[in-house]
Design a protein around this ligand. Structure first.
Ligand SMILES: Nc1ncnc2c1ncn2[C@@H]1O[C@H](COP(=O)(O)OP(=O)(O)OP(=O)(O)O)[C@@H](O)[C@H]1O
Ligand SMILES: [Mg+2]
Length: 299
């Protein structure tokens, strides 16, 4: 059955479903959280990984999707070698389920790797991505997406589709400005979900000051409300966990940075979903916002 599923989904397959026919993940109530921020190196991957680990510890079924398609590194942070990536599913090299690698209790990693290729049209590739995700999301409570730095159309598409956009910044002005510009991009695109902010590498007071600056800009110029989800102090335990290739909250559960991650987990789980079928709503929005695809849907 897996093989049939794989060949039906692969890029260029005859009779592959059109976007509007991508099947709903059966009854999946998957909440989708995209972790971004604009600037490189602010802590997005560590935060995505540890948020997923914490949600898994709470008993949720979590998919951790490495959407850094150019330079994926969640597998390196976890010290694991996933056999397959989302790109392999799209190319029919494996079935959707085979690409999900269990990496921690409750957490399955979906590795990034080569996704967009010149060989196929954007529309075709987005369709294959949607098909693969619609199968993989069944049974998952959360899908946490780690995005690459910048505001490439594919990154913005994933953010626009997510139920919650977690924007990571540090107190440094370039990081704050990149974060603001990304939020501006979301507002311009008509983002309807929640915009949450994580101030990383800052203690309590500095984080609140940083958030205050961002909130002021967003309120004054974009007329939008944002929420501080957590702050995470600069903590040597983060570097040690990276060195040892273990999630911080498992290796150093009592560290101050781990406390910050748990605050983030509480904020994410405490936010009620606005949709009756959040997985389907996510796929519909993704179909609309992925580059080169909206035209097909919009007809
Ligand atoms: N709170 C923290 N305390 C100390 N070090 C941190 C903290 N957060 C992140 N780091 C360090 O910052 C570096 C970059 O982190 P990470 O790879 O998670 O950032 P990123 O935003 O995903 O980067 P990229 O844009 O390249 O994908 C890592 O070496 C990590 O150890
Ligand atoms: Mg990263």
């Amino acid at each position: 059955m897996f093989r049939d599923q794989a060949s039906a989904l692969r890029l260029g397959a005859e009779g592959a479903p059109s976007l509007s026919a991508v099947r709903d993940p059966d009854g999946a109530a998957t909440r989708t959280v995209a972790v971004s921020g604009g600037k490189g190196g602010v802590g997005k991957s560590n935060i995505s990984l540890n948020l997923a680990a914490y949600l898994g510890e709470l008993g949720h079924e979590v998919i951790l999707l490495d959407t850094d398609f150019g330079l994926p590194n969640l597998d390196v942070l976890l010290g694991c070698i996933p056999n397959q990536s989302i790109g392999d599913v799209m190319r029919g090299r494996c079935a959707p389920d085979e690409a999900l690698s269990p990496v921690m209790p409750g957490v399955r990693l979906l590795a990034g790797g080569e996704l967009w290729s010149e060989e196929y049209s954007h529309r075709e590739q987005a369709r294959a991505l949607l098909s693969a995700l619609s199968v993989q999301m069944a049974g998952a409570d959360y899908m946490i997406m780690d995005t690459q730095a910048g505001r490439a159309p594919a990154v913005m598409g994933l953010l626009m589709a997510s139920e919650m956009a977690v924007m990571v910044t540090t107190p440094e002005p370039p990081a704050l400005m990149d974060c603001y510009r990304t939020i501006k991009g979301l507002c311009r695109g008509g983002f309807e979900g929640e915009v949450g902010v994580v101030v990383n590498r800052a203690a309590d007071r500095e984080a609140k000051r940083t958030f205050g600056q961002l909130e002021h800009m967003v309120r004054s110029f974009l007329f939008r409300r944002i929420r501080l989800l957590t702050w995470i102090p600069d903590d040597p335990a983060v570097g040690r966990a990276v060195q040892q290739q273990i999630p911080l909250i498992r290796g150093f559960p009592d560290s101050r940075a781990s406390q910050g991650i748990r605050r983030l987990g509480e904020a994410v789980t405490g936010e009620p979903t606005r949709s009756r079928n959040p997985a389907r709503a996510f796929l519909r929005r993704l179909a609309k916002h992925m580059p080169g695809v909206g035209a097909e849907e919009g007809g």
